[in-house]
Design a protein around this ligand. Structure first.
Ligand code: NAD
Length: 292
């Protein structure tokens, strides 16, 4: 049982709640905060402590974990009003949201001299957050990454140190580009097969036994799309945000990448059309409307 570290966990949503719960199960003292009283109550039901504010959660915590929608929200919570100064000198921020790398570098600069930052976004979705088997892609100084590792291990099965601060967030955006492009391919494949007269479930079954399989065909198509549940727990607006982050990164590096640009445009248009709050697997509805 791990008991030495006190952790502030800010953002107890679809991902944050199960991740924070796994830290409690691992023996950490965890002070959680979320703007939603319901989310906070769920965490208390799981054995966590409810803080009155993000700043209160940070006071006396050696590790501060943020699991919020994007880097702007993270910055508002930590830097506006200088809330981060409530944390003890030398405490470690683990920025586990999917944020843009330049936002993370700017955050690290803003808190430098008082706090250390490791970006440690995750992949695997709600199911793997619950199971404690997420993949973590981290960015930060070697010593900070080593300090973060035991805490990350309580939430994940695979941890990668990708480079300095921002590298984890760059890797996460790159991953979600591949994931989002995979959803487009899988959904268009099913719609194409269906138009030809093939059974949708058969298309998925054959893809999953063949070279066309991807994450969407394996863990999304039957489970959330053809079943009609659309309940992956990952919002469409968050996916669109991540792919746009990758597209912006590409532009900032002077690259011209048409596949990425078109993938980002399609997801942004889907978010505008359906609203960002719907489950990202509703992308099926968006593409279905387009084929006519
Ligand atoms: P979510 O919307 O379910 O959770 C965000 C939580 O933050 C909400 O409970 C909200 O009330 C809270 N919040 C918002 N503003 C706040 C503030 N100022 N102070 C305190 N709490 C605040 O989102 P999620 O699906 O848990 O995703 C969180 C992050 O993880 C995002 O960056 C997302 O892109 C990323 N992510 C999500 C998944 C997934 O499958 N859902 C997978 C990997 C990564």
């Amino acid at each position: 049982m791990q008991t030495a570290t006190r952790i502030a966990f800010i953002g107890l949503g679809q991902m944050g709640l199960p991740m924070a719960t796994n830290l409690v199960k691992a023996g950490y003292e965890v002070a959680g905060f979320d703007l939603s009283p319901e989310a906070l109550q769920k965490f208390v039901n799981e054995g966590g402590q409810a803080a009155k504010s993000a700043a209160d959660a940070m006071a006396g915590s050696d590790v501060i974990i943020t699991m919020l929608s994007n880097g702007k929200v993270v910055r508002n919570v930590l830097v506006e009003g200088k809330a981060y100064l409530r944390a003890p000198n030398g405490a470690l921020i683990l920025e586990m949201s999917s944020s843009a790398p330049e936002e993370t570098r700017s955050l690290a600069e803003a808190v430098s001299g008082h706090l250390r930052v490791v970006d440690a976004p995750v992949s695997g979705g709600v199911k793997r957050a619950v199971d404690g088997t997420l993949a973590v892609m981290a960015g930060g100084a070697d010593a900070d990454f080593l300090a973060a590792r035991p805490v990350l291990e309580a939430m994940s099965a695979k941890i990668f140190h990708c480079g300095p601060v921002g590298a984890g967030h760059a890797m996460k955006a790159i991953n979600n580009y591949v994931s989002g492009a995979g959803v487009i391919a899988a959904v268009e494949a099913v719609l194409l097969g269906n138009a030809f007269g093939l059974d949708e479930a058969k298309v998925v079954e054959v893809l999953n036994a063949s070279s066309g399989k991807n994450n969407a065909t394996e863990v999304k198509m039957n489970q959330f799309i053809l079943s009609g549940t659309f309940g992956s727990g990952f919002a469409l607006g968050l996916m669109a945000k991540d792919i746009r982050t990758a597209a912006n990164l590409s532009v900032s590096l002077g690259l011209s990448q048409q596949g990425l640009t078109q993938t980002a445009d399609l997801w942004d248009d889907a978010a505008r059309t359906l609203g960002g709050a719907v489950d990202h697997t509703r992308f099926y509805d968006y593409l279905k409307r387009q084929v006519g």
